[in-house]
Design a protein around this ligand. Structure first.
Ligand code: DGJ
Length: 748
């Protein structure tokens, strides 16, 4: 069904598609109230009247005004609340005139509807084909303060999602400062939820952590200038009692990569207010007369099938409405990256040997990581100077690229455009381009400073430097890295043009998006992989431009089980760049079998990052076989549905089972992973495949005969035999960190 807006009595707005309904309405004071978001419902005028005429009955409240002493905002579910006019919870928006806070009161003026949401590179936003989306815009105004507020809602034909954003315009005659402009969220009538967040640190990003909501605020945030390693903007509220596959769950995300805050505030009546948006603490945006500010888009997804169902809803939404359509179903190159193979220690000859070894095993693209530019022999110099290091490349970077292309490989290069080294030509020429107040002590991270991307001259400079290299090398791929967070946030440029420093962080990320947009407009086929010292900016803002992001600097297969499980809750597998690397692993010194490293990495976009010239032939043969297997399965990674069957969060914490179901349901890729061997382990363990087709029979790779789909659903798939002494002849898993990949294929 096409998405639909039904407006009842000019007071109730019902957005619906086949799966979800979202209902908002005008409160007695003509502000916007929230009624419902969840499975599609059928409601008529009479039904709605029973819910929307409710007045507040709560004790101890302050009333909105003297005209209705039964009405307070304190216990109303709202669409875009403000603090301080009878509601004491956090507001979504706040403004001030100099030192004077403005108590905002946005009341309804009218609405409009459109069926267009084109992809526009200028700023990351969801998009859809014409006619497959319904965009409702409700206009409200605060005439006393000269402000107009447009509330935008988009519902898509094929997604269990609502996208929300706002535009605030100064219609008055004096400037006001927005001190808070969140992107909204969802007010819920109860607090029976668990707050599921993806948290961690460098090398252990996006581990799943859950907390029970209780009266008060549960929140996560980043004020690092990036969405961060520590917290990811994806949050789920999972209904109490739900499991991985059952129960209601709401997902929230922001199409944004900068500072953010996501919070769930439970009030004294156990109502929950979830809000997400730009972190208000470092934010102050001056709205001059006639100027507007538009918030990033918040995405709110719903599933009645637990976190796994929510993950599928998120993956579908991101694939269809965030990732560039040209990459949606396009096979990604299997890359060989030079970083863990050579770090800074390379010359042309060494790299060409590595690339040639890659070509032999089936690699598509050779990526030259850090160390090819300026005078970069370690991480202490040259960021900002994107000219080839001629000592390492006597024939220039163009000559090197030509040699790679002659091998029949695509060529990729590493850049870290947002950074500048204290030892660089760029800093000598433009000391005022560093993010920092002038003449003050400044913090340093990984021996580098951050460039002031709020300054358009900086973006112009980087664009010019990068295009020169891209043109000379006919580059197919860029790895865009970003290795430190922002401290002493201050832009000398903003000071010069007399804009508030509170605009810095948002303008910074806008500059990053601007560079992305210009590069992609100039080179539409360029594949830019996002990266931020591992997975420090794994978010929908970056995914809008980069169809894949480096998940983590930790590629240990065991660590990745947790990291990829968390990441898959909010993002599609195709977005995750996973490399098979050498052992012992560089981050944890663990040795895992090559099979296991591959069996984990294939649930994403595959690459390799090890010195193939040092590997024995048996390993090279195995890698060649892996790449062939991957290429045959890659369509499932791009378009299939991922299922969490068993995670390390489950009791036992020793085995993981993942499955990937083809979009046409013809195949299932089943991955089973066991951390530590158990003496006399589980001899005949089984796991249900609840999505197997009950009417079909399946062959299972490496096993005799066939099984029915209904047996897979109810008896379950027999798990690989674990070594337990007497069964040595048939054991399929022997030792620690073992795994097994099974391909289940439906018989015709
Ligand atoms: C951090 C990235 O995550 C690594 O993959 C690598 O590119 C290094 N930076 C290079 O400095």
């Amino acid at each position: 069904m096409r998405p639909l807006l039904n407006v009842i009595n000019d007071r109730v707005f019902h957005l619906a598609n086949d799966t979800v309904s979202y209902i908002l309405y005008l409160l007695p004071n003509n502000q916007l109230g929230h009624l419902y978001y969840g499975p599609r419902v059928t409601v008529d005028e009479a039904t709605l009247a029973a819910y929307t005429t409710l007045e507040s009955k709560s004790g101890g409240t302050v009333h909105f005004d003297a005209t209705n002493t039964m009405f307070t905002l304190a216990d109303q579910l709202q669409e875009y609340p403000v603090y301080g006019t009878s509601d004491f919870r956090q507001g979504a928006i706040a403004a001030a005139d100099g030192d004077t806070p403005l108590y905002l009161n946005f009341t309804y003026v009218g609405y409009r509807e459109s069926h267009e949401k084109p992809r526009d590179l200028a700023f990351p936003k969801s998009f859809a084909s014409d006619g497959e989306v319904d965009v409702l815009t409700i206009t409200l105004e605060d005439a006393a303060h000269g402000l107009t507020l447009e509330q935008h809602y988009a519902i898509f034909e094929d997604a269990a999602a609502i996208v929300r954003w706002q535009t605030v315009t100064n219609t008055g005659t004096t400037a006001v400062t927005l001190t808070r402009a969140l992107s909204g969220g969802l007010d819920l009538p109860t607090a029976d939820y668990r707050f599921v967040q993806l948290s961690g640190n460098w090398a252990r990003e996006r581990h799943v952590k859950t907390r029970k909501l209780a009266q008060g605020t549960t929140a996560i945030e980043s004020q690092r200038g990036a969405s961060s390693h520590q917290q990811n903007p994806y949050v789920a509220l999972q209904a109490e009692g739900g499991t991985l596959t059952t129960g209601a769950a709401y997902g929230f995300n922001l199409i944004y990569s900068g500072n953010f805050q996501a919070s769930a505030e439970v009030n004294e009546w156990n109502q929950t207010r979830f809000m997400i948006g730009i972190h208000p603490d470092q934010f102050a945006w001056r709205l001059d007369p006639t100027a507007s500010f538009t918030t990033p888009e918040a995405v709110v997804t719903y599933s009645g099938a637990g976190l796994s169902g929510l993950s599928a809803a998120n993956a579908d939404f991101v694939r269809n409405h965030v990732i560039a359509p040209e990459w949606r179903n396009r096979k990604r190159p299997v890359v060989l990256n030079s970083w863990e193979a050579a770090y800074f220690d390379f010359d042309t000859e060494k790299l060409l040997k590595l690339a040639a070894a890659g070509k032999k095993v089936g690699i598509d693209c050779f990526v030259l990581d850090d160390g090819w530019f300026g005078h970069r022999d370690d991480d202490r110099s040259s960021l900002g100077d994107w000219q080839v290091y001629d000592k390492k490349f006597p024939h220039g970077i163009d000559g090197f690229a030509e040699s790679i292309h002659k091998l029949g490989l695509q060529f990729g290069l590493w850049f870290e455009p947002e950074m500048i080294s204290p030892r660089s030509n760029l800093i000598a020429a433009h000391p005022d381009w560093v993010v920092a107040p002038p003449h003050e002590r400044r913090a340093i991270g990984r021996n580098q400073y951050v460039l002031d991307f709020a300054n358009p001259d900086v973006v112009d400079n980087l664009f010019a430097q990068m295009t020169k290299v891209i043109d000379a090398t006919h580059l197919e791929y860029i790895k865009w890295d970003m290795n430190r967070n922002i401290t002493e946030a201050y832009s000398q440029y903003l000071a010069r043009i007399c804009r508030p420093q509170g605009e810095f962080f948002h303008r910074y990320i806008g500059g990053v998006y601007n560079l992305y947009a210009r590069l992609l407009a100039a080179y539409p086929d360029l594949l830019i992989e996002g990266c931020a010292g591992g997975g420090g900016r794994f978010d929908l803002g970056i995914l809008f431009y980069s169809p894949q992001i480096w998940v983590s600097d930790d590629s240990d297969a065991v660590e990745r089980l947790r990291i990829q499980t968390g990441t898959a809750l909010g993002y599609p597998l195709s977005a995750m760049s996973n490399h098979v690397t050498a052992v012992p692993n560089g981050q944890v010194q663990r040795t895992t079998p090559l099979d296991t490293r591959f069996n984990v990495a294939l649930f994403g976009t595959l690459g390799y990052e090890l010195d193939l010239t040092k590997e024995p032939q048996a390993v090279l043969d195995a890698i060649a076989q892996q790449i062939t297997t991957y290429k045959a399965l890659q369509p499932l990674v791009l378009t299939g549905r991922f299922h969490f069957l068993r995670t390390l969060e489950d009791p036992g914490h020793n085995t993981v089972a993942w499955a990937l179901e083809a979009a046409d349901q013809s195949r299932i890729v089943f991955g089973f992973y066991r951390l530590l061997a158990n003496p006399d382990g589980n001899a005949v363990d089984r796991i249900a495949i609840p999505f197997a087709d009950p009417a079909a029979r399946y062959t299972i790779s490496g096993r005799e005969g066939t099984v029915t789909g209904s047996a897979l659903r109810h008896l379950g798939l027999r798990l690989p035999y674990e070594f337990n002494g007497p069964n040595q002849a048939v054991a399929e898993l022997a030792g620690d960190f073992q795994s097994k990949l099974l391909i289940l294929t439906k018989e015709d």
